[in-house]
Design a protein around this ligand. Structure first.
Ligand code: GLP
Length: 261
């Protein structure tokens, strides 16, 4: 696990976008896992800008969404699909139908998880999975406790997560769905490169526990310690509880140029 402590959310976004750019230049048909929430937004903005400058193209990519709410109207603006289309997909050259999301309509629910896993596998697996982290250490909607080998499935959202996400629902937690379909932790761990972004003081505790604490189903992001290629990018505020911060800075300062990510 590589820990990168940056001076700002903007700098974190630039480093994450660099990982995308390297993948897009190197892979013929990159498969990308997208996360929603506030943390990845600066990265999407940076990628939109680089696309505008002709630096990156998503024309030959496939995109898989990390998770989706269950129980919202198909036209609801806060469906995570709508969010990612609005904030990113519609502003770059991702081909029509290249975005795959879990199917959450009542008629699809029984088979949605299995279908989603199959579609990821048929695409050849995910090359780069972008992640945020919840206050309670969740990744996607893998709330604690989440089996560390879990696959895509339905999860019940915790009250804390529904309160945090209420800001997207007119600040009313009662409007936030109780359920979501999420890639499982085992699914996420199969991505070839995982990039987790966390900014702001509220993320300092889950980041310290996920990076330096025990691997446990009660802190789902700690499962990334088992992944061979994870990059955790934090700003100073989110990194402030890391006990070995000086060492992580030293590693990054002295990183061989050929090592990239
Ligand atoms: C949500 C999403 C996660 C996201 C997390 C943190 O519940 N399902 O994918 O990482 O919240 O969001 P934010 O980055 O807005 O703090």
């Amino acid at each position: 696990m590589e820990i990168v402590i940056t001076g700002s959310a903007r700098e974190a976004a630039i480093i994450a976008a660099d990982a995308f750019e390297r993948l897009l230049w190197g892979a013929d048909r990159a498969v990308i896992g997208l996360a929603t929430g506030s943390s990845p937004l600066p990265t999407y903005h940076e990628l939109i800008e680089r696309h505008g400058n002709g630096r990156v193209s998503f024309a030959r990519t496939r995109m898989f969404l990390l998770d989706e709410y269950v129980g919202l109207d198909p036209e609801h603006p806060q469906l995570l699909r709508s969010f990612i289309e609005r904030e990113f997909i519609d502003q770059v050259d991702v081909p029509a139908n290249a975005l795959v999301v879990p199917q959450c309509a009542p008629a699809d629910l029984a088979t949605a998880a299995e279908t989603y896993e199959r579609r990821i596998a048929n695409a050849g697996g995910i090359d780069l999975q972008l992640l945020g982290i919840g206050r309670n250490g969740h990744i996607g909607f893998n709330e604690p406790p989440s089996s560390l080998v879990s696959r895509t499935r339905l999860k019940t959202l915790t009250t804390a997560t529904r309160e945090d996400n209420a800001r997207f629902f007119g600040n009313d937690p009662d409007m936030v769905p109780h359920h979501g379909i999420t890639q499982g932790i085992g699914t996420i761990l199969e991505a070839r490169h995982v990039v987790l972004i966390a900014t702001g003081e509220a993320k300092s505790e889950p980041i310290a526990k996920a990076v330096e604490g025990p691997v446990t189903a009660m802190m789902p992001a700690s499962a990334l310690q088992l992944h061979p290629h994870t990059t955790v990018i934090v700003d100073e505020a989110a990194g402030q509880q890391l006990r070995h911060a000086d060492y992580y800075r030293e590693i990054y300062r002295n990183k061989p140029v050929w090592q990239h990510f």
